[in-house]
Each structure stands twice: as C-alpha cells, then as structure tokens.
Design a protein around this ligand. Structure first.
Ligand SMILES: Cc1cc2nc3c(=O)[nH]c(=O)nc-3n(C[C@H](O)[C@H](O)[C@H](O)COP(=O)(O)OP(=O)(O)OC[C@H]3O[C@@H](n4cnc5c(N)ncnc54)[C@H](O)[C@@H]3O)c2cc1C
Length: 460
C-alpha cells in the first residue's frame, strides 16, 4: 500500500503535519504530489513572479523529499479540478490507501478540496486533512455573540488569549527517512520571470533568514516603517508558498529572549493581521471573487483611466515615493509594506481607480501574493473592508515620503533619474527640476484630487 501527500502552499519538509502523519506509524511506501496548474493560477491573476516563487520552493522540496526516500511527482493540469482527476488516477495506479493534505481557504480552493474528498471516497481511499495556513481553526475563534471578528484589536486579544490557553504546538521536526534516497528528481518547469528576487524563497533560505532576522526582531517596531532599511523579515513569499510555516515564525517570536520587547510584540501583531485576513477569507470566501466586504462601496464612481493606471503600474506617476515602490515591485516582486499602503491609497483615493485594478496588478507582480492578505490590504486602503482605514484617511504621499524616507535613499535606489537630487527636494521635485532630471510631472494635484474623493465618499 502507498500513502500520498498532496503538497500545495506548504512547500517544505519541516513542521509539515500531513507529511509527518503520513511517514509515522505506517509501513507503507510514501509518495508526494504537486499539481502544476498555470492556467488556474492565471485565473487567480497570479503572475510569473508567483510561479517563480513556487518553482524555487519546489526544487528544494523535491531534493529534500528525495533524501527522505519520497519521490515527488509533478502533475501538469490546466485547472485544479482536472488536476484532481489526474491525482485520483495516479492514486489508483499506485494503490494509494490514504491521501493527506492541509486545508486551504478561498472559493476555488474549497470547491477543489470538496471534489477531491468526494473522489477519494469513491475510489475507496481515506483522506487526512490538517490545519496549516493559520494557527487556530477559524470556526473556534468567535466573538461572544458567536460571530466572526470584524475588528482587529479584539481579534488579536482573543487570538493571544487562545494561545495562552492552548499554545500552538511546537514546530514538527523533519520526519525520518522512509526508505533509501530517491535518485530521480522530477522535471519542474522553468519560469522566465524577468525580475530579480531579494527574498528567501525556499525552505533553507527562509530558515537562515529567520534566524538572521531574529537578531533585529526587538528593533522591528522602530525599523519596520523605513523602506530604505531592511527592518522587516522579508519572509512573506516563503510564508505564502509555505516554504516556512506560520508556527515556525510564531515559535521564533514566542521563544525569543526579548519576547516582551515592543519589536517582537509588534512582529507578532503583524503575523496576527495575517491570521485576521485569513479568517475573513474563511468566513467570507466571496471576497476571493472581487467583492467589497461592504457592498455599499460598490457605488463609488471609479475612473476608467487606462493611461493613469499604466503610469501607476510602471512607476511614472511623477510622485517619487509612489514610483519608487512601483518600480521595486516590478523589478523584485516585492514592495515594502509602508510603500504598499502609500501606492494603494494613491491609486484608489487620488487617481480614483478601482482598488480591484490595484489588487490584480499586485497579484500579477508579487512573489508573496496571498489572496487573503492582498485583498485585506487593498480593502483596508480603499476603506471598503473590515476594520479598514476610515474613508477620510487619505495618505499624503509627499509627507509620508518625508517622514519614512527622510534622506530619500529609497527613492534614489529605485528612481535613478533623481539619484543626484538632495533630500530637501527629492520628495516633491518642482516642475522645473523634474523636467531637468527627465522625470515625470505629477499625474494629479494632491489637494484637488483629495477634495474630489472626499466629496464622492461623503455622498455615499
Ligand atoms: C495593498 C496591500 C497589499 C498586500 N498584499 C500582500 C500579499 O499579497 N501578500 C502578503 O503576504 N502580504 C501582503 N500585504 C501585507 C504586507 O505588506 C506584507 O506582508 C509585508 O510587506 C511583507 O514583508 P515582510 O515579510 O518583510 O513582513 P514583516 O513585516 O516581517 O511581517 C511578517 C509577516 O507577517 C505578515 N504580515 C505583515 N504585515 C501584514 C499585513 N498588513 N497584512 C497581512 N499580513 C501581514 C506577512 O506574512 C509577513 O511576511 C499587503 C499590504 C498592502 C497594504
């Protein structure tokens, strides 16, 4: 008999409960499978960056599994549903008795998994399903009224009290080998993403990076808003593909010698924001279908301005901090969180372009694209979401730039046209200076655009 582990967004061998469950206590052969589904990813707006990130984690996973005596098979399918049919065919051929995987949230993910469960049952196999994306089952973390949380702070309190009562299990070690090393590795498609990643993408890199980051974790609160500084963990792509687990990150914070420092506590808080958005996706999977959390905001008269959208995407808006962020995104598949908020507010509240256009562009460009966090981030900035920024909160990109990139170092790195401009002039170059440096003129006037948006929101 054979046991099969289905890898999805959990591309690692340590702290992998489905793998551990499959390897321990069974004498049967263990195999692993992954569905390579570029068309399905495209339907979700996931671009080459995300495929590149998956590929990078998969290459390492295949090697690590081979050392454990477990062959990884890559099945190529157009969609998840046809992939499940192939997976069941594979399972029948190899006389699989149990299929193990981790649960995922999201509209299509839930349909896929229900189909897989039904097909597995029909084929006479068992299924084993574990929790991996989040710390606690979302169905167990409810308000006193028995409802989902819509506000972050009480959610965080509840999450932490749950953790105090029943701490997250310590991360699992890598299972012992189940047989001799497998010599043949699967062919994993090349992905020609033109960017250059500055993030850890596979399991080994992610762990090295986490132990480096834990040295500065106590300073996270002061450093995290400065885009020119490497003050954040940059683990988002590894968390999205599952090259590192949430439990491993949480464990490194909770067991940190300075766990009570503001820095470590703030980092924990950010991980809990990730939980918050994943729980929302669990309770309201329709947000995966581009619906605002509060439908009243659908009436906002979004502008159809292809030129402005294109200039925003390419980092040619004439606002240096916005352009720096958008260029960092395209070139490296990642953008600093503070700058994500600035560019998102700029698109939605100053260009008045539908937040879903921004959500889609981010999905196409990010290595760390994660439906729940991306949607949560966009709906927060657009004020259409749960516990979002109030509608009248509109970031002034120029003052944000002065505050968080005071020397202009971040701008200089990503907007080389302005490399020689001194700090005092770099945040808002004059018309003459921009012309002289070959830099774009601003797409909109901040004050006028802000006033128009406020007027629209007030009408709603
Ligand atoms: C418009 C917008 C879109 C975003 N899209 C994504 C996305 O697709 N994928 C993604 O992982 N994050 C997204 N974020 C959240 C955040 O910007 C990134 O998680 C963070 O910049 C990743 O860098 P880091 O790993 O160094 O984070 P750190 O600051 O080191 O935080 C550690 C981890 O906590 C989680 N996290 C941190 N901040 C947030 C947050 N505000 N919301 C949810 N999770 C958070 C991430 O998993 C991150 O890796 C988005 C934010 C905004 C404003």
């Amino acid at each position: 008999m054979t046991q099969l582990v289905w890898f999805r967004n959990d591309l690692r061998v340590s702290d992998h409960s489905a793998l551990t469950e499959t390897c321990q206590g069974h004498d049967s052969e263990v195999k692993a499978i992954f569905l390579w589904t570029p068309e399905q990813w495209q339907q979700h707006d996931y671009g080459l960056a995300r495929q590149y990130s998956i590929r990078s984690a998969l290459v390492t996973l295949a090697r690590d599994l081979a050392q454990l005596g477990i062959p990884l098979t890559i099945l190529h399918a157009k969609t998840w549903m046809s992939g499940v049919d192939q997976l069941i065919g594979f399972a029948r051929t190899h006389k699989v008795s149990q299929l193990a995987f981790h649960r995922e949230f999201g509209w299509d993910e839930v349909q896929r998994d229900q189909y897989a469960i039904n097909q597995t049952r029909e084929a006479g196999m068992e299924t084993w399903i574990g929790e991996d994306r989040v710390g606690f089952d979302p169905a167990t973390l409810l308000t006193r009224q028995g409802e989902m949380y819509r506000v972050f702070t009480p959610f965080k309190k509840r999450w932490l009290s749950q953790h105090a009562e029943t701490p997250l299990a310590a991360p699992l070690p890598v299972p012992s080998p189940t047989g001799p090393e497998v010599s043949e590795l699967p062919d994993i498609p090349e992905v020609n993403w033109p960017g250059s990643a500055e993030l850890p993408l596979n399991e080994h890199e992610a762990h090295d990076h986490l132990s480096e980051f834990s040295k500065t974790m106590p300073d996270y609160k002061t450093l995290r808003d400065l885009p020119a500084t490497e003050g954040t963990s940059r683990l988002s792509a590894a968390l999205a593909s599952g090259a590192i687990s949430l439990r491993q990150c949480m464990h490194s914070a909770f067991s940190h010698p300075n766990v009570d420092s503001a820095g470590v506590q703030t980092w924990l808080s950010e991980l809990i924001w990730r939980e918050f958005y994943h729980y929302l996706l669990y309770w309201r999977p329709e947000i995966a279908r581009h619906k605002p959390f509060y439908p009243r905001w659908d009436a906002f008269p979004w502008q159809q301005d292809e030129t402005a959208l294109h200039r925003w995407q390419q980092g040619q808006t004439g606002v240096p901090i916005v352009d720096a962020g958008m260029r960092q995104l395209v070139q490296t598949g990642w953008m600093h969180n503070r700058v994500r908020m600035i560019v998102a507010m700029y698109l939605v509240k100053l260009l008045k372009i539908d937040w879903r256009q921004g959500e889609r562009w981010f999905a196409q460009q990010l290595l760390d694209i994660d439906l729940a966090s991306n949607n949560g981030g966009w709906q927060w900035c657009a004020s259409t979401g749960v516990d979002a920024a109030p509608y009248f909160r509109i970031f002034n990109p120029y003052t944000q730039s002065e505050r968080f990139d005071p020397q202009g170092s971040y701008i200089r790195r990503w907007v080389p046209e302005l490399a020689s401009v001194p700090a005092a002039a770099i945040h808002k170059p004059t018309q003459q200076l921009a012309q002289h440096m070959g830099y774009s003129q601003p797409l909109v006037d901040y004050k006028r655009a802000r006033a128009e948006t406020l007027a629209f929101f007030k009408k709603l």
